[in-house]
Ligand binder design. Structure first.
Ligand code: SAH
Length: 356
């Protein structure tokens, strides 16, 4: 039986050093190779020219480098947003979005193939869950996108397909490699992680004190309404979630963001805004109001006036809120839509459904 090779891009610097030490390889080689991959972006051992040929052959025997392939690429003619559908080594698809802001480029990455969380308004939920992404598959969404566009990304958001805290171990390892000063060296101050509210993992993340921005998808401030659109609320209710958010802020000293997608007739009324204001008053936070993106299978809508009213009402109640600018509105920017279309075309098999 042939042994499966280890994907070297999923290995942290310490792991690489350790495995080299076990095999009697000098530790400076770990430093060189980590730099070739994560700083110089050479994804082929033969291109690592200061590594002796014999050692390159040895590396090829035990390690592999898994690249991502662009299955589809859509470029917005309005704002330069580029959306990629990447094909993974096993034929699965994930979505990545490159956004241009006045301060630079930011990439939105997926963390799972599909999602188990079942949020009613989200296209990722409709296409079901297949598997977690490896640290390498999350990193490579950034590296391949940078290569394709010839740009350097200055911010990363974990807001694509999947629930990052449902793939906790791989996501934490991804963050470690992404920010390692011996490689890619991106400060986690420029990273946002968005969660639907997996409470125990919010406590775990707080303990790591990583310096990233935590975004919490709230979308409704009462349990009954939230459970109807977000099944995760049946497992961890609003008061447990808010408690975890308070803990996160006090341990890390970081302000958090609450995401609120306004959906007409569901969570958009004045009383919804008032309840939200009462819930989060006094918490060191910011509210990001998002007009709900249309998803083909759902009838959810968001009127521009409703979004403005909601934001103004929160503002009058002393809550720090902004309406998020919509990027890539001409290229199906709602997460999960491209992948779902690709699956429909290829009749790809999946299992799905939430765990709660
Ligand atoms: N699972 C994570 C991150 C992925 S989704 C989470 O739930 O936070 C990133 C953000 O987009 C979340 O706030 C999510 O609730 C929101 N979102 C999903 N579908 C949307 C839609 N159709 N319109 C607006 N926001 C949506």
């Amino acid at each position: 039986m042939r042994l499966e090779k280890t994907d070297i891009i999923s290995m942290s610097y310490c792991e690489l050093e350790k495995i080299f030490a076990e095999k009697g390889v000098k530790s400076f080689r770990a430093k060189q190779i980590f730099k070739w991959i994560h700083e110089k972006r050479v994804f082929d051992f033969d291109g690592m020219t200061d590594i002796p040929v014999q050692m390159r052959m040895y590396l090829k025997e035990i390690f592999c480098i898994k690249r991502l392939f662009i299955q589809k690429r859509l470029e917005s003619s309005i704002d330069n947003t580029v959306k990629y559908l990447y094909r993974l080594d096993d034929g699965n698809f994930v979505e990545t979005v490159l956004m241009q802001y006045n301060y630079g480029y930011s990439v939105c990455v997926s963390t799972q193939v599909g999602c188990k969380m079942g949020c009613r308004f989200c296209a990722s939920a409709i296409a079901g869950f297949v598997r977690n992404l490896t640290p390498s598959e999350i990193l490579m969404q950034i590296y391949e996108t940078e290569k394709n566009k010839g740009v350097k990304v200055s911010g990363v958001v974990l807001m694509g397909i999947g629930e990052p805290l449902d793939n906790y171990g791989n996501v934490v390892k991804f963050l470690d490699i992404l920010s390692d000063s011996r490689g890619n060296n991106l400060s986690l101050r420029h990273v946002s992680l968005s969660t639907c509210g997996i409470v125990p993992r919010i406590y775990d993340l707080a303990e790591l004190k990583l310096g990233l921005t935590l975004s919490v998808s709230l979308h409704c401030a009462d349990d009954k309404g939230r459970s109807e659109i977000m099944p995760v609320n049946n497992a961890y209710n609003i008061s447990e979630l808010i408690q975890a958010c308070r803990d996160y802020i006090s341990r890390t000293g970081r302000r958090i963001t609450f995401e609120y997608a306004v959906i007409d007739g569901i969570n958009s009324s004045d009383s919804h805004a008032d309840r939200l204001a009462d819930l989060i008053r006094g918490i060191n936070c910011h509210v990001n109001i998002i007009p709900v993106n249309k998803v083909r299978e759902r009838s959810y809508r968001s009127a521009r006036s409703g979004v403005r009213n909601f934001a103004e009402r929160l503002g009058r109640r002393g809550i720090n809120a902004t309406v998020r600018r919509i990027l890539g509105s001409d290229i199906e920017a709602s997460c999960g839509q491209l992948r779902r279309d690709a699956i429909e075309k290829s009749n790809y098999n999946m299992d799905g459904g939430a765990d709660f």
